[in-house]
Structures are given as C-alpha cells and as structure tokens.
Design a protein around this ligand. Structure first.
Ligand code: H79
Length: 695
C-alpha cells in the first residue's frame, strides 16, 4: 500500500491543478464583463463630475417625423409620436424615408448655437420610438443611409462637438415600433402580426446598435434611454443593459430609464432598485431638490419634442432663464429641447431663445456651472445657488423680483458676511451688508442689472448656517406601547431645547441629548439655541398612542388568497361586485401573471394576513395602474387612477393574529405591475409572501 502513496498523491495533485487552472480560466472569462452596479461613491463622483459641473444641455429630437412636421390628414397636433398618434401603418410611414433630405443641416452651426447658449452637452435621438436611426447602422436599413441624404448625422455631430469641446450624447429608445422582434405591437396595429417575434432577439439587435454607437463615435457623454415602460421591459434587463454599456465605455453616464420603475413624469425611480445614474423628470421641475440624487429636467420650448410647424406656444425667454435658475437652485440639470425641421434647421423661435439665454449666461454662467442646491427652503424674491470657497461659501442670489426699496433681504442666516457684489459688475464694487436680527440686508442699486434674473453674490464665512429648526425623527407617528423620538440638526455649535407640552421651547427647557421615550400621546416641540439665544423657529410634531386593531378568528385558514380576474377598459377601479369574473380561484400571493391579456384587466384578492406580533405595521401598495388595499371593510390605501408604478403607504397598529385583507387592482394599457409590501417589528420592507397569506 505504501508504495502506491506517492503516485496517488501525484495524481491528486495533477487533478487539483487542472481544476485550479480551469477555475482561473473561467473567472478570467467572467471578468471580461465587469459589474458596474456596485461602484464606490468616489468612483461615481469622479464619473459624474463633468455632468454636475455642466448643469445645462441641449436635447434634439430629430428623425423622419420632421417630414410631416406634425400634420397627418386633419390632425395638426402630432410630432415624434406621429406614427402612433395618427395610427400610420408601417409601410405608409416608411415612405418618409425617401423624403428625408435635410440639405441645410450643418453640424458645426448647431454645436456653435448650443455653445453660445452656454450649454455643455447635446443629447440627440440616435433612434426614437419610430425605430428610425439617424446614424449609419450595420444592423438595419431603416437608417439615414437609406434616405437621399446618406450622411451619418451622428458622425458629423460627434465630430463637430469634439472640435468645440461639447459632450455628445445619445438618446436611444428601448421601445421600437418598427423592428419586427419588438413587442408588444400597438393596440391599433392589428394588421401587423406578432407571429414569430422574439423579444430576446430584439434586445440583441438593440445591444448591437449600442455597441456601434459607443464604439464608432469617440467618447460619448450620456446614454439617455427612453420608452422603457412597456410590459416587456423589466429591471433585470435594465441592469444587464446598464452593465453592457458601461463595459463598452466605463465612464459613460446612463439615465434611470434604462431600468424599470420610473414613477410617472416626476421621473424618479422608487425603491432600492435604482438602475441608472440620474432621475429624469419630464416637462416638470421637482418641488425641491433630493439630497444625494442626481437629476435632470428635460423640457420642450413649445409643446412638442419633434418639429411641429403649427406649434407656436413658445415659452418666453424669461420663463426659460428663470427655469434654469430654479433647476440649478434645486441641484438639477436642465436639458432643453429643440425639434429641427426636415430641412435641417432649428426653428427661428428656438434660435432666438438660445441666443437670449446665451446673453444671460455670458454674464451669469458662474451662478449656474458647478453650483450646488440652495441652502434656503424658499426665498420670496427668487432663487439661490452656492459654491464652496476658501474658508466659506459663495451664495449666488438669483433675484427675479428686484427690491423697489433698494434693500435685498436674505432671511434666517447666521453666518458672518465677507462681501457682496453684483455678478454683472466686473469691478465687483462692494455692496453694503448689514445684519438685522437673523437677516442679512444687502444695499443694492435702484436699477436691476438684468430684467429677468439679476445675480447678487454674497460671500459668507463657513458653511451656510440657516435658521432651519431641528428635525424630529421617529419610525412612525403612531405607536402602541412606547416610541423613541430624536431631535437632530447638522448645524454647528448648537443645542436643541425641547418641550413635551406643546409650548415653545425657551432656554430653560431641557436639552435633547439622547432619544426621547414616549409612552403617551405627546406633542414634541424643538428649537435650536446658540450661545443662549434662539437661532431657529420651533418645529412641532404630535405622536399618538393608539389601540391596536384586534385580530379575527379565522376558521381553518388555508394558505393562499382567493382571487377573481376581470377584463374591461377602465380609468378607475370598477365596482367588481357588479361585474362577472372571467375566472377565479386561489393563488399563493398577489400575482397578476395569471392574467389572460396584458392590458385591460383587473383583479380582486381577498384573504387574511397573519401578523406575527403586536405592533405598528407599514403596508405599501405599488401599482400600474390603480389599486386599493382594504383591512376588513376599511379602505386604508387608495392608489387608484391611471399612472405608472406609484407607491402609497399606511401605518396600522395590529394585534398578532389573522386580519382580513383585500386588494383591488386594474391595468388599462402600457406597463403593469402590482407589489404589496409590509414592514414591521423585526421585518424589513418586503413583499407580503406566501407564509403570511391565508384564506
Ligand atoms: O422623447 C420625448 C417623448 O417622445 C417621450 N419622452 C420625451 C423625452 C415620451 N414618450 N411618452 N411620453 C413622453 C409620454 C408618455 C407617458 C406615459 Fe408613462 C407612458 C404614460 C404612461 C406610459 C411613463 C411611464 C410616464 C408614466 C409612466
């Protein structure tokens, strides 16, 4: 036996080496595709730096739809959606191809105009929903090379941008109304069969085109996806596509529409499953900035993205300049759109607006580029942006309403002023600044330097110390036995005094150091003091002690929910009681995949939820389109109506045991989805799973 030992070990060693080598080989193969979904915040900051500095970009919607210029038969209100809004058959739409000949197109001129407006990047439609490609694609003949023009428009623009230090970026639609493998078909497109269509093959087509777009045109700033909301697209595809594009160009920036789960036109992705680098509010400016979230408002100058010759509803220059300041004051970027004509020209009204914005930017761009969101919640006369300077902060006060009394009041600011001057004043002659209680008052000339937005610079020592009250932080507003409540502020050298009887905290009130423990309904009031003086207003919040909802006796509960499935065309939840279900049965959990069609359907689920321990539970209802959640007979979450995925929630005090629960849901068209989640004592937010559901 002992003579066998040596060779046996050798064999084992050889086998182990082979295994090790093949493992190394496999991991090398894998490492070809790097995972960019988990980069560090430092890596991310570095990649996002130019985009955050830029603040202002040009969107261009251009394609075959410029030929009909918004008109089809009697309709005059179409644009880039014309193939769908006018229900134009594919063969009919293809007839625009031989008509597309924008001989007046001049890439250098376009880039020069954007540059003169103060824009730092251009996002142009490499492909819109109609599927037509403005670039020379080996993957399709439905591109610019099939038109009489036969010039790769993307190439000319990319080169012109490179010459003028402008970032070139692509808008690329996931939805494609032309490719045979894209699904679903339009509802009205009954003539166009979907037989043999293969969505996975479409994804490969799209990836091949994206490889062309990020490989053949030099460095691309942003990939701006859109048309992601249809039922065929999902977050998994989104993560894969994000990684695919980043692997081709690691520093590229990708918008959140690469994924799924955008909440309507507000444009932000909800939940922890954010894919993409920035949120995309469309035609709207968020009410406030969002800490730690990059975003960009895209907006038209009139009412259409693509060229519409009848649309003269232009936003005023004043409106556009003030919108730019408003967006910057909330920490966002402004992507302003132009729809060029079929001849290859910007409409004159758009040119005029670019020029006027450029004139304002020539004087004031410092108050836009690389700035951060305002430290003030609101200012009656305008907006504020800011930048860090050595030992302090430079505040850019964007004054829309110039003070008639020649004194500009900056309320609720405790910093020492360093200096103030007009940004339009090249000599920076000092403006007088005086303190009046918690305000700084700046003496300004009678005449506003700019009739739309005059920028007053105010430099202060340190970081902005604004009279914001503390924040009152607790898990919920209601509780059963005891609740922990904290008073916090990130302001420096302060003490937070509080009361629990609804009175305004004075210096003699106790100081909040540890979290407060509430055992009865209480109004907590907090206020910030420094050096024995109040330096904020008072904030108040009431926390209510509640009696939990008792559990019910469930006789012989079985796993799963009862469901009834309906079909119909609704804008709001119908009264299912008056309708006949197409089918019904039991189902492990809230699941809409048992639907028989992907549009125009509804569900009602009924059963019990088994609550593990007494406590406050949060329920979340996220749906596209409408939904409602009932506990017993009581409507507790109303998320009804037509919308993209949208989440609503409620906090309920519940005893351990069974509670009767019902969910109603409907989908009209477009994407769909229903997610019912719970969070409670010892339960992280999660979908309500089979283990908790009975009937
Ligand atoms: O390219 C421009 C438009 O053609 C395109 N986006 C801009 C940048 C656009 N496509 N559709 N719309 C704008 C409006 C569509 C809105 C809806 Fe939805 C789609 C409503 C329901 C599905 C997206 C997902 C908004 C809410 C849920």
């Amino acid at each position: 036996m002992s003579t066998m030992k040596f060779p046996k070990n050798l064999i084992i060693l050889t086998i182990l080496s082979i295994i090790a080598l093949s493992l190394i080989w496999v991991s090398c193969q894998k490492s070809e595709m790097k995972n960019y979904l988990s980069e560090t915040s430092a890596e991310r900051d570095q990649r996002m730096a130019w985009w955050r500095e830029a603040r202002f970009g040009l969107f261009i919607h251009w394609g075959l739809y410029a030929v009909p210029a918004g008109e089809w038969k009697e309709g005059k209100n179409h644009a880039e959606w014309i193939r769908t809004t006018a229900q134009i058959p594919l063969e009919e739409y293809d007839k625009f191809v031989p008509q597309f000949n924008p001989v007046q197109f001049n890439a250098d001129e376009w880039v020069t105009m954007a540059k003169a407006a103060g824009m730092k990047y251009i996002v142009i439609t490499s492909k819109h929903h109609d599927g037509f490609c403005l670039f020379d694609s080996k993957e399709t003949d439905f591109d610019v090379m099939s038109t009489p023009f036969q010039r790769d428009i993307m190439k000319e623009l990319a080169e012109a941008c490179r010459k003028q230090d402008m970032k070139i970026c692509w808008y690329h639609s996931i939805m494609d109304w032309h490719h045979p493998d894209y699904l679903p078909r339009r509802e009205w497109e009954t003539e166009r069969s979907a037989d043999g269509a293969n969505f996975e093959r479409y994804i490969q087509y799209m990836k091949n085109q994206l490889r062309e777009l990020v490989s053949n045109y030099g460095e691309i700033g942003v990939l701006w996806f859109d048309g992601e909301w249809e039922s065929t697209w999902n977050r998994e595809y989104g993560r894969d596509l994000y990684n695919y594009v980043r692997n081709l160009q690691p520093n590229i920036i990708i918008n959140n529409r690469v994924g799924a789960g955008r909440s309507g036109m507000e444009g932000f992705t909800k939940g922890g499953e954010f894919v993409g680098d920035f949120g995309t509010p469309e035609q709207t400016i968020p009410a406030t900035g969002l800490a730690g979230v990059d975003w960009e408002t895209c907006m038209t100058m009139n009412d259409h993205w693509g060229y519409n010759k009848n649309d003269q509803n232009w936003k005023s220059t004043k409106d556009l300049i003030q919108k730019l300041a408003d967006i910057a004051s909330k920490g966002g970027n402004f992507l302003l759109n132009i729809g060029p004509t079929a001849e290859g020209l910007f409409p004159q009204a758009s040119i005029d607006r670019l020029k006027a914005m450029g004139e304002w930017m020539k004087v004031n761009s410092e108050a836009i580029y690389g700035t951060h969101a305002s430290p003030f919640a609101s200012l009656v006369w305008g907006r504020c942006t800011q930048k860090a300077i050595e030992n302090g902060t430079r505040l850019y006060l964007h004054v829309f309403d110039w003070p008639a009394n020649k004194s500009l009041m900056v309320p609720g600011i405790y910093n020492q002023p360093i200096q103030a001057y007009l940004l339009a004043d090249a000599t920076k002659s000092a403006l007088n600044v005086t303190r009046v209680e918690d305000a700084l008052v700046i003496d300004v000339p009678a005449q506003a330097p700019d009739s739309i937005n005059s920028v007053v610079v105010l430099e202060i020592q340190g970081q902005p110390d604004i009279s914001d009250p503390p924040k009152i932080v607790a898990d919920q507003d209601i509780f059963i036995d005891e609740l922990s409540v904290s008073l916090v502020s990130d302001r420096e050298n302060i003490e937070i005094h509080y009361t629990l009887d609804g009175t305004i905290p004075e210096l003699n009130a106790p100081v909040a150091v540890a979290p407060l423990k509430l055992t009865a309904t209480t109004t907590v009031s907090g206020r910030i003091f420094r050096d024995g003086k109040a330096v904020s207003g008072t904030i108040q919040k009431t926390f209510t002690k509640v009696t939990p909802i008792p559990a019910v006796q469930a006789t012989n509960p079985q796993p799963g929910l009862n469901y009834a499935y309906y079909e119909g065309d609704w804008e709001l939840l119908p009264d299912f009681k008056t309708l006949t279900a197409k089918k019904s049965g039991t189902i492990p959990t809230f699941d809409i995949s048992v639907r028989d069609q992907i549009e125009h359907f509804g569900f009602e689920y009924a059963g019990f939820i088994k609550i593990p321990v007494d406590g406050i539970y949060l329920f979340y209802l996220d749906s596209d389109d409408g939904s409602q959640l009932f506990m017993g007979d009581k409507l507790v979450i109303d998320n009804d109506g037509l919308h993209g995925l949208q989440e609503r929630r409620v906090a309920l005090p519940l005893d351990a045991g069974y509670h009767p629960l019902r969910v109603k849901f409907f989908d009209k068209t477009g994407g769909d989805g229903l997610v019912v989640s719970i969070k409670g004592p010892g339960i992280e937010k999660q979908r309500i799973g089979e283990a908790m559901l009975f009937h």
